[in-house]
Design a protein around this ligand. Sequence first.
Ligand code: ADP
Ligand code: MG
Length: 469
Amino acid sequence: MKDLFSTPDDTEVSALSRHWNAVIERLGNEYDERWMLRFVRPLRPTGQDGDTVTIDVPSQFTLDWVRNRLQDTIEQFLSDEIGRPISIELRKIQAARETVASTESVVITPQTSVGPALFVPNPIYRFDNFVVGQSNRMAHGGASAVAHDPGGQFNPLVIYGRSGMGKTHLLHAIANEVRKREPNVRVEYLTAQVFAEEFVIALQTNKIDAFRRRIRSAEVWLVDDIQMVLGKDKTQEEIFHTFNYLQQSGRQMVFTADRPPSELFVMNDRLRSRLEAGLVTDIRLPDTETRIAILKTKAESKGIELSFEVALAIAEAVQDDVRHLEGALTTVSVEASLSGQPISLELVQPILARNYARVRPKPNMSLIISVVGRAEDITPEEIVGDSRRAPIVMARHISMYIQRRITGDSWKHIGKQFGGRDHTSVLHAVQKIDAMIAADPAFAAKVAWLTDLVTEGPELARPVPAPRG
Ligand code: ADP
Ligand code: MG
């Protein structure tokens, strides 16, 4: 067989290449780009023998994934292109490295027969390296109880908190612990986003029964970032039925979210009240002491030597997200090894100053209305004022929304700050913005951008300096 990519002139092969590009394009219309990058773009058609096209696949994992989920679609699209029924033969390339379990992805062990896919948790995320402090004590306690007694007292367990607080870490820790104690327990982990995508594909390819069989065979069901299904009615409905099914059979469920369940506004009421009825725990920003302990743990696991004073300097410079804390640690250790120096305060301070010294005022109401006002061309006074002009009302609602989401201030407090409004009007504003975000991706992107400006780039909101002279 000829190699498609080393002999581009060959007419038969370049015809195949053309057909393949058309298939990729059609798949691209139907699947998210993340999936395309991960599973479709790495595929290489290497030749055609009669009605069979051979496709090289970089890893066993991708091969199983494609075989279980995409093979029929690819065959159908290729047949359309070539003009007669075509089947494909998937072939794993030898040299390729197997995909290693990554945090945010579903990893399914190779399995060709229909049946429950076994999720392989990331071995790095365990209870013994999860640092417990005031900020996460409850969530850790709940997760650990669930891991030791799945389907017991706390079902479902709900863990919520901002990004980078260790929610995914805890889910994997549960999976690792359960499997350690009982290797045969079926643990399913999915981000809600992946659930939604797989559900849609299952519907499109008439594989909904197999999909349900797989999900419903879970004995421990871990669903990460449930807020991702906001506004996706059918997916929510499916999760609701799955929930009921699993609950009736006494299976353990754990959900994470970026906000408390009571604030998953654009969610099917029945599903939301199921979540609210569980053990609901939050994870907040860790205090300095906990951040230092996290740094120490991470450093140890990476074989990096870290003195207390250096850990303290990093913990004080990086306060917002544990992920950034790890990033700072990596930066520091890379710079140390490049310059051949030990990780000392002298080495670290300029690095921190360079990367993290950007003075970040803590997001508060005045910052938020100045950022939103500037972007929308509306003055802060108008935002907190009484005007009912539509653009002003919208800016007001967006500001309230951002304040609630990033500061977690009470409805009452926000109402008071926004010109003494009633707490219910703040609640309604936030619900309205949630509904708009769910319905309109462009609007969602705009709110995300404004939120970034507030949290990441407040300097943009500062008044432009007056010209000199
Ligand atoms: P989330 O899912 O809440 O966005 P992750 O679980 O992905 O956050 O955590 C981000 C990073 O921070 C991971 O590397 C995780 O191991 C680490 N981390 C967060 N909290 C802790 C903690 N309490 N102890 C140790 N590592 C932590
Ligand atoms: Mg996560």
